[in-house]
Ligand binder design. Structure first.
Ligand SMILES: [Zn+2]
Length: 298
């Protein structure tokens, strides 16, 4: 039993590292409008084709210590970082699979994990969230809800009404989550007299809501904003201080500079999906019951 769990976790880890490698390819090529399948990987500096044994996820970066074989190109740390994080996430999902034994749950988890990581990485690199992941992800969320009704707490029996309820929950989650973020953005824009949110963030919330329901969507907006503030405000203060001192002109994070919101939203959504939903959903349920209690006295 235990060896079985370890083996499955290892399979997940290896699969995750391969998908992480693919995410790196996506993040490099999609913003340039290039195909993610063809041509095979080549060095970004001298264009020499990369040999397969220098292109293995995680392992090759460590073996080469982040230096390309063909020239003096330094392979960014991002490559091994993304591969390792995706490997950990997929390993965890496979570990869960060894506990619960549901292929549907595993597939849906892998799909959502892949979408969030690829969106986080591309938004960090380019400040763009490609539609194929946000809108495509929202559609995939609807399909996954029909395929795996337990995602929204409905029974997994092959009953049509259960699946339909799951799809409706997913659709509601998609519409409510993106609408709430849209209105927050619209009011923030009026207040600050500058663009506050990208279209990509609103579509991303549609994808999160389709997988996590409206509770997950609302949590993602709240926690994403909180996370963003916790990480960015100290950075902005430090960079302002550095700019005042004119010591380091290379620090580019500063007031008024555009900061991608997508990575924080993606991290919050992943946290919800990985387990925070237990607390968040209970909180929403308690609040709902309190309301009913309150109005029953009126
Ligand atoms: Zn090279």
């Amino acid at each position: 039993m235990f060896e079985d769990a370890y083996l499955k976790t290892l399979v997940g880890f290896i699969l995750g590292s391969i998908f992480g490698s693919f995410i790196n390819v996506c993040a490099t090529r999609i913003p340039l409008g290039k195909s993610v399948i063809h041509p095979p990987s080549s060095c970004p500096q001298c264009n020499v084709r990369i040999k397969w044994f220098h292109n293995l996820p995680i392992f090759s970066w460590l073996m080469l210590r982040g230096k390309a074989m063909c020239c003096n190109f330094e392979i960014p740390f991002r490559y091994i970082g993304v591969e390792f994080l995706t490997a950990l996430l997929f390993g965890f999902f496979f570990y869960q699979y060894s506990l619960f034994g549901s292929e549907s749950r595993l597939f849906v988890s892998l799909a959502f994990g892949f979408l969030m990581i690829v969106i986080i990485v591309i938004d960090l690199e380019t400040m763009i969230i490609p539609d194929r992941f946000s809108m495509g992800g929202a559609l995939l969320g609807l399909v996954c809800s029909a395929y795996f009704p337990l995602l929204h707490g409905f029974s997994s029996d092959p009953l049509f009404p259960e699946r339909l309820s799951s799809v409706m929950t997913s659709l509601l989650g998609m519409i409510i989550s993106s609408s709430v973020l849209f209105w927050i953005g619209a009011f923030a824009e009026k207040l600050m007299k500058q663009e506050a949110l990208g279209q990509g963030d609103i579509k991303l919330l549609g994808c999160v809501g389709a997988f996590c329901g409206w509770e997950g969507g609302l949590f993602t907006i709240f926690a994403g904003a909180l996370l963003g503030s916790i990480i960015m405000i100290p950075l902005m203060l430090v960079s302002k201080y550095l700019k005042l001192n004119k010591k380091n002109r290379r620090v580019e994070v500063g007031w008024g500079l555009e900061i991608p919101f997508g990575p924080f939203l993606g991290m919050a959504a992943l946290a919800y999906f990985l387990g925070v939903h237990l607390y968040v959903d209970t909180w929403f349920e308690k609040t709902r019951l309190n309301f009913i209690h309150l109005f029953s006295f009126v």
